[in-house]
Write a protein that binds this ligand. Structure first.
Ligand SMILES: *[C@@H]1O[C@H](CO)[C@@H](O)[C@H](O)[C@H]1NC(C)=O
Ligand SMILES: *[C@@H]1O[C@H](CO)[C@@H](O)[C@H](O)[C@H]1NC(C)=O
Ligand SMILES: *[C@@H]1O[C@H](CO)[C@@H](O)[C@H](O)[C@H]1NC(C)=O
Ligand SMILES: *[C@@H]1O[C@H](CO)[C@@H](O)[C@H](O)[C@H]1NC(C)=O
Ligand SMILES: *[C@@H]1O[C@H](CO)[C@@H](O)[C@H](O)[C@H]1NC(C)=O
Ligand SMILES: *[C@@H]1O[C@H](CO)[C@@H](O)[C@H](O)[C@H]1NC(C)=O
Ligand SMILES: *[C@@H]1O[C@H](CO)[C@@H](O)[C@H](O)[C@H]1NC(C)=O
Ligand SMILES: *[C@@H]1O[C@H](CO)[C@@H](O)[C@H](O)[C@H]1NC(C)=O
Ligand SMILES: *[C@@H]1O[C@H](CO)[C@@H](O)[C@H](O)[C@H]1NC(C)=O
Ligand SMILES: *[C@@H]1O[C@H](CO)[C@@H](O)[C@H](O)[C@H]1NC(C)=O
Ligand SMILES: *[C@@H]1O[C@H](CO)[C@@H](O)[C@H](O)[C@H]1NC(C)=O
Ligand SMILES: *[C@@H]1O[C@H](CO)[C@@H](O)[C@H](O)[C@H]1NC(C)=O
Length: 544
């Protein structure tokens, strides 16, 4: 008996992961909720009546089961943003790509395992604009007995940033579709559901309570629909240690730059005078594109702060502070340690160039006779009525075609002086196929068509390495010479500079995963063995 206990103890010590991984159960009830924090009561779609929604807690290696039950009039799906979903593409969430929606009155059990990831991610609705209010954080702790590669914080705090529309968001996007114009910008930026002190409102904004001398791990999530944000805490520096659930080389900064869908973990040491300090979130936009420019406020409050003590203020970066975004991004490097190496693909099997443009399609009923559409390589992605993954698995033809072009069909000066004559955009549900375990390089080329801006881009099912970026047109001869193939940051979402480009690399090691989000889909083939193949579809997979 004693030897058995001893043996078990030994196994536990040697292989903590094998013994300790757990199944985590969550119930997500999608309901209409009367929300009053912003003074006027508004009925919004939430998970479990919360805005932001509940935080999912798990450890690396855990199996997560989330039963999502839809009690609202809208179709719903949930995307686990950044979760790799190795072989479990059925649970990734984008409507009509990996699953049909969960219709009113129905439910679906999402079942995935958190493999090889630790840090902060987010979940959000992935259909229409419901993600504006259906979102929350995912906290993945290291395996039991494994420590962080940085000094252990005394406490951890989750901070979810969002965008708030006074109007019903579904009405906002429907109106944009009908008029062919860009959707109305949001009315406020929120920090854990609060915009800050609003005149004549009982909400005083979110307060981050700290104790002098302690260190906090802030898990910051940008769940905004569109806006790239600057995050600052007056009088305090932050030490960045992780982004998108990948550890980074630590660096100090007074401003965090974070795009929609991105996450950043930062250490905050409460080592300043006892008192109240302003926290701000403000937008970044370095072109003429309209954006909500209202700063969101919260407070950092030390224990022992006396009532009515003044708040230490901070200056927010200019809305067009491109230099601040560059400084932040250039400091981001993979930790690239022995335990957490950066496995950057050194060779490339598929070299792709995607020109990202806002184009205009003819539309007889629209205000200008055209509809503003986002296009990649002149193709505007059309959502099919059957999920692409199902069509692929069951060999259903007519849902998508295999002809997404590797480069723009008609090359042009992407960052030149372009006129609307250039902007005719095709449409279609086109995918690009890659073999299992092949390596892919994508150069995301920003363009100056109609509405040039910094586009945040997300890849489903893969992390990628951001190996290079630059202004103007990507030069395939010169630019790769400056790529960082040693310790580039590893992430799942990245901004492409205005009138510039970003190069990413990844290995297609997630079988039959339709990765989507660049507004195109990759279809990765199965590998050789069962461990390299997509699992069969679950029996409760929603039907269209
Ligand atoms: C929300 O408010 C409306 C109107 O005041 C009311 O009819 C409804 O019952 C409320 N719903 C909930 C879930 O409280
Ligand atoms: C979750 O999926 C795994 C296989 O990927 C399966 O073994 C397990 O039974 C599933 N869990 C539930 C509760 O369906
Ligand atoms: C706040 O309430 C006061 C008194 O009711 C009113 O005079 C004032 O206009 C209100 N301010 C705003 C911004 O609504
Ligand atoms: C933040 O760090 C910078 C660079 O290390 C330093 O110059 C500055 O004084 C620091 N600010 C605070 C508030 O500690
Ligand atoms: C914010 O935008 C509004 C509307 O576009 C504009 O009138 C206002 O001047 C802007 N405010 C700042 C501080 O830039
Ligand atoms: C930012 O905008 C201001 C006001 O429009 C302008 O004066 C300034 O030159 C711009 N800065 C940059 C870096 O573009
Ligand atoms: C479309 O129409 C709006 C409103 O009439 C106008 O402000 C805008 O400049 C037009 N845009 C284009 C691209 O024609
Ligand atoms: C592209 O356009 C820019 C801006 O007009 C110009 O500076 C550049 O020389 C052009 N490049 C080529 C290859 O024509
Ligand atoms: C861009 O093209 C337009 C029309 O072709 C022309 O009027 C304008 O001067 C050009 N701008 C630059 C900076 O070359
Ligand atoms: C695709 O484009 C054509 C021509 O511009 C248009 O008639 C058609 O309605 C578009 N289809 C969809 C699904 O947007
Ligand atoms: C994928 O390719 C890499 C590099 O060629 C190789 O080391 C690895 O074993 C391959 N993995 C699988 C599962 O085939
Ligand atoms: C919900 O999804 C189903 C299946 O795709 C579709 O037939 C139905 O029209 C959708 N309902 C709404 C309200 O969009």
């Amino acid at each position: 008996m004693a030897s058995l206990v001893w043996a078990l103890l030994l196994v536990t010590l040697m292989f903590p992961a094998l013994v300790q991984s757990m199944v985590r159960h969550y119930n997500f009830s999608v309901v209409m909720t009367n929300f009053t924090k912003l003074c006027s009561t508004k009925s919004i779609v939430t998970v479990n009546g919360k805005f932001p929604g509940p935080t999912l807690y798990a450890r690396e290696g855990d199996n997560v089961l989330v039963r999502v039950t839809n009690h609202v009039q809208y179709n719903v799906t949930i995307h686990w943003h950044g979760v790799r979903q190795l072989r479990t593409g059925w649970y990734d969430g984008p409507a009509y790509v990996t699953q049909c929606p969960i219709q009113p009155g129905q439910n679906y059990l999402y079942n995935f395992t958190l493999t090889g990831q630790r840090g902060t991610l987010l979940w959000h609705a992935h259909i229409s604009w419901l993600r504006a209010t259906i979102h929350g954080a995912i906290v993945i702790l290291p395996k039991k007995g494994v420590s962080y590669p940085f000094p252990k914080p005394d406490k951890e705090k989750t901070i979810v940033l969002g965008e708030w529309w006074k109007a019903d968001v579904e009405a906002v996007i429907n109106q944009a579709t009908q008029t062919g114009l860009a959707p109305n910008v949001s009315d406020a930026h929120t920090i854990n559901g609060h915009p800050g002190p609003v005149p004549n409102c009982t909400s005083h904004g979110f307060t981050l309570h700290v104790e002098s001398g302690k260190t906090y791990l802030l898990r910051i999530v940008n769940a905004a629909v569109n806006d790239e944000l600057f995050f600052k805490i007056a009088g305090h520096n932050l030490t960045i240690v992780e982004v998108d659930a990948s550890y980074t080389k630590p660096f100090k900064t007074d401003t965090i730059f974070i795009g929609p869908g991105q996450t950043t973990n930062a250490l905050l040491t409460a080592d300043k005078a006892i008192g109240k300090y302003l926290i701000t979130i403000s937008p970044f936009m370095d072109t003429v594109v309209a954006v909500n420019n209202v700063t969101g406020f919260a407070f950092l409050r030390y224990k022992g702060t006396v009532a009515f003590s003044p708040t230490t203020l901070t200056n927010v970066p200019a809305i067009n502070a491109t230099a601040v975004t560059n400084a932040f991004q250039d400091n981001l490097r993979s930790l690239n340690s022995k335990i957490y190496p950066a496995n950057v693909p050194e060779t490339v099997d598929h070299s792709l160039l995607f020109a990202m443009a806002v184009g205009a399609n003819p539309c007889a009923t629209c205000v200008n006779g055209t509809r503003v559409v986002a296009g990649l390589n002149n193709i505007s992605f059309v959502l099919p009525s059957t999920a692409i993954l199902q069509a692929h698995y069951y060999n259903i033809s007519g849902v998508f075609t295999d002809d997404f072009p590797a480069t723009p069909p008609i090359p042009y000066n992407y960052t030149g002086n372009l006129t609307t004559a250039n902007v005719g955009t095709l449409n279609g549900t086109r995918v690009y196929r890659v073999a299992y375990n092949s390596t892919v390089q994508v150069v995301l080329q920003g363009t100056t068509l109609i509405a040039p801006e910094n586009h945040p881009t997300h890849l489903h099912g893969f992390n990628f390495f951001a190996v290079g970026k630059g202004l103007g047109n990507f030069d395939p001869n010169k630019d790769p010479q400056n790529f960082n193939l040693v310790d580039p940051v590893e992430r799942n979402t990245i901004g492409v500079p205005t009138a510039g480009w970003t190069a990413i690399r990844f290995r297609a090691d997630n079988p039959v995963h339709t990765t989507w989000g660049l507004k195109m889909a990759f279809v990765v083939g199965n590998g050789k063995g069962p461990k390299e193949s997509l699992i069969p579809p679950p029996t409760d997979l929603p039907k269209c």
